[in-house]
Design a binder for this molecule. Structure first.
Ligand SMILES: Nc1nc2c(ncn2[C@@H]2O[C@H](COP(=O)(O)OP(=O)(O)O)[C@@H](O)[C@H]2O)c(=O)[nH]1
Ligand SMILES: [Mg+2]
Length: 565
């Protein structure tokens, strides 16, 4: 009978049972991934062969699908199910068929929450999962984490836990729990007590050093350490807390304060270094104070006007600067500027906006005075007696019979530059520097610029006390006297500081502001370097050749303004 019925022949009436073979309705199945799903149905005995289909396609027995039967109970087992096994199945007996839906059950019983934890604490990631689920995997940024000293995986009933011991900043990130094909994300945010870290400090001895940091509100109070020893408050070590700012102020630092410091807030700490730069012992207490006072008082305003002269090559920039500064145009032969020439021979009076041209600037003055000091010690004499000393015969010879030229600086302050002032040839200086008696005209020119233009031949006896002489010296004499030179310079140091200060005060009282005229080279080669010097605070003078068609110039300048010299 069974065989007859089983001898299927579509359309043949004798093969088709006329009564419903299903003894009861099959149920939809919910199954957890990784498990076996068993689709069952109760069928009458003596029925034609039973077919199992998925999405209307017949499934045959194999490793994955097992078809079995026990009395009236028919079973279709799907082994080790995955997400792809879910779908509409049906059991078909002749013309009768019933649907069974297989659902892969989400193993997660609840949604997961992101975790916030403070650095140093243990972070516990948890999730509730169905019982009877395939193995649970914990991952960070897509990579599986296995149990070790840092990570502890545990479970209690449906509650699964992943503990991260002693968290640090690097533990923060995207974690996920994976069960079969299902996974859920948990974001771990490690909250640091420190909102702003303290940073390393380098300062000069005598300055105050202040370490500061900002922490989360309600953080525990901070402790400060130096080289692992807790710092106790004193008049030199002041600790303070303002809102969530912690501060350690070390007053009047000494070189021995250098070292590693640490601030600890609860379990968290930050390390930082303090480096104290020592002031040379040779500098006296007064000088130190003179140096430290402005540092402590905050800032010193430098008033300086920068005028930048720009424009194409050979349009007359340098000529314009020379004219503005009353420089001897006869001497300027239209030689191209290399790079940038900075002319500091000009000051601006704030009271009436008057330009004062031709002042000797402080820096050059200081250099001259140092050279003066060096020269005096070389000769083993002081400036007053110097002129009365006879010039040694051999020295005279070196000058080809000329007297050594004594050069006097012009009086600083009031005298404006006179273009007819005689500019001496500093032949002796050149020899001093190059240790040779042959002097090229180029050297002469360079020395003139180095030493400042405001020099004239010494011919006024009233100014002898201030005079200095630069004369040729054989090399061996120079080396013997190096220590004396250093000594002389140190002696002069105090005087120089006083001079510079007086000069500054004088300028301030007269309302004078230093002004520098920056003459840029116009050749294209220099364009790249010019960008460095362009600043919105400078005053620009664009020079153009009016012989060129103005439209073309305008176009050119607009295009190239950023790269114009
Ligand atoms: N005709 C005329 N020539 C000038 C004028 N200004 C400068 N020059 C000449 O143009 C040439 C280039 O001048 P210079 O100042 O070196 O140009 P810079 O390259 O822009 O600095 C020199 O030979 C100057 O003598 C001017 O106003 N008129
Ligand atoms: Mg030029």
């Amino acid at each position: 009978m069974h065989r007859n019925i089983g001898n299927r022949n579509a359309g043949s009436n004798e093969d088709v049972p006329l009564i419903n073979p299903f003894l009861e309705e099959p149920n939809d199945i919910h199954c957890i991934e990784g498990k076996d799903a068993i689709l069952t149905c109760k069928l009458r005995p003596d029925i034609p062969p039973v077919k199992w289909l998925k999405n209307d396609r017949e499934l045959t027995q194999n490793e994955k699908y097992i078809i079995s039967m026990e009395d009236t109970q028919h079973k279709f087992t799907i082994k080790n199910i995955t997400e792809s096994d879910s779908g509409d199945y049906s059991v078909q007996v002749g013309l009768f068929s019933k649907k069974i839906q297989l659902n892969i059950t989400d193993p997660f019983l609840e949604e997961l929450n992101d975790i916030h934890c403070i650095e140093g604490e243990d972070a516990i990631l948890t999730c509730k999962l169905r019982p009877d689920i395939p193995p649970v995997k914990w991952l960070k940024n897509g990579r599986e984490l296995t149990q070790n000293e840092k990570y502890i995986i545990s479970k209690e009933d449906t509650q699964h836990k992943f503990t991260i011991k002693n968290t640090t900043e690097s533990d923060s990130g995207d974690y996920s729990v994976q069960v079969g094909k299902f996974s859920k994300k948990i974001q771990l945010n490690i909250t640091d007590y420190f909102l702003e870290d303290p940073y390393d400090i380098e300062c000069i001895e005598g300055e105050d050093a202040i370490f500061s940091c900002k922490v989360w509100p309600k953080s525990p109070s901070g402790k400060w350490f130096k080289d692992d020893n807790e710092i106790k408050p004193s008049v030199y070590c002041i600790m303070s807390t303002v809102d969530t700012h912690y501060e350690l102020k070390l007053r009047n630092t000494k070189p021995r304060d250098s070292g590693e410091y640490c601030v600890q807030v609860g379990k968290f700490s930050r390390k930082m270094h303090l480096k104290i730069k020592e002031i040379p012992r040779e500098i006296s207490a007064d000088e130190r104070n003179a140096y430290m006072d402005p540092i402590k008082s905050g800032e010193e305003v430098r008033q300086y006007v920068r005028i930048q002269v720009i424009g194409k090559d050979r349009v007359g920039k340098t000529s314009l600067v020379h004219r503005l500064l009353f420089l001897d145009e006869g001497k300027y032969k239209g030689k191209s500027t290399d790079g940038i020439d900075i002319n500091r021979k000009c000051q601006i009076r704030t009271s009436d906006g008057e330009w004062i041209v031709g002042e000797v600037d402080t820096e050059k003055e200081i250099i001259k005075r140092i050279l003066q000091a060096a020269n005096i010690k070389q000769r083993g004499t002081d400036p007053v007696s110097e002129l009365s000393l006879p010039i040694p015969a051999d020295e005279k010879q070196m000058h080809n019979g000329q007297e050594p030229i004594q050069i006097k600086e012009k009086k600083i302050g009031t005298k404006t530059f006179n273009e007819h002032d005689e500019v001496p040839k500093l032949k002796d200086e050149t020899q001093y520097a190059s240790n040779t008696s042959a002097v090229s005209s180029t050297n002469l020119e360079e020395n003139k610029l180095n030493m400042g233009e405001n020099v004239e031949k010494q011919n006024n006896p009233d100014q002898i006390a201030d005079s200095f002489t630069l004369s040729a010296q054989p090399q061996h004499l120079l080396s013997d006297k190096t220590d004396h030179i250093t000594e002389a310079m140190m002696e002069k140091f105090n005087e120089l500081i006083l001079y510079a200060r007086a000069k500054k005060e004088e300028m301030t009282s007269k309302g004078l502001i230093e002004c520098g005229i920056w003459d840029f080279a116009g050749q294209k080669d220099y364009y790249a370097s010019h960008q460095t010097f362009f600043t919105p605070h400078a005053n620009y003078r664009l020079v153009a050749d009016i012989n060129e068609e103005i439209k073309a110039i305008k176009h050119d300048e607009e295009l190239d303004f950023d790269s114009v010299g």
